[in-house]
Design a protein around this ligand. Structure first.
Ligand SMILES: Cc1cc2nc3c(=O)[nH]c(=O)nc-3n(C[C@H](O)[C@H](O)[C@H](O)COP(=O)(O)OP(=O)(O)OC[C@H]3O[C@@H](n4cnc5c(N)ncnc54)[C@H](O)[C@@H]3O)c2cc1C
Length: 126
């Protein structure tokens, strides 16, 4: 049975759910966001584990422009005194399809809002 779904909050979680409903079901949905717009400021990065890229790839994230994303192979951890504590080999978690990924938060939001924006998103609604 076709349902009417209200999603509260157009953050990464709300937008991802909206994409799944839109692409994988027949249900009607509206996304209610209390702010007046989506924050698309550049400057903030976001790191996506392989689990999250696996989920996002189901809604087409693997077709995103390769120049806009980066797959770091390792992370070094340093103390505030600039002494290395340890490192982590990120590539061990990668598969061919799903890789640890970093990108600008705005790029991810742009991708997630593409299919959702006008029809399904209501701003200034708390
Ligand atoms: C500096 C910083 C760096 C971060 N870096 C990372 C990272 O690299 N990787 C990572 O996975 N996570 C990171 N996080 C955590 C990150 O913010 C979350 O992973 C992600 O944004 C959570 O998305 P969300 O949709 O759950 O919540 P949010 O992004 O907080 O979205 C919630 C939305 O709901 C709206 N809202 C709230 N209440 C209502 C209401 N009553 N009615 C209508 N709308 C409402 C808000 O306005 C907001 O737009 C970081 C957080 C910070 C602060």
């Amino acid at each position: 049975m076709k349902k009417k779904i209200a999603i509260i909050g157009a953050g990464i979680a709300g937008l991802t759910l909206a994409n799944f409903i839109k692409k994988k079901s027949e249900h009607d949905f509206i996304l209610y966001e209390k702010q007046e717009s989506l924050s698309l400021e550049e400057g903030y990065g976001v790191q996506l584990s392989t689990n999250s890229t696996k989920i996002l790839n189901m809604i087409g994230f693997n077709k995103i422009d390769n120049k806009k994303i980066f797959h770091p192979k390792a992370i070094d951890f340093y103390s505030i005194q600039n002494q290395k504590i340890c490192d982590l080999d990120l590539s061990q978690f990668n598969t061919k399809e799903n890789k640890y990924t970093t990108l600008q938060r705005s790029t991810l939001i742009e991708f997630l809002k593409d299919d959702i924006y006008t029809q399904h998103l209501r701003f200034g609604k708390k």
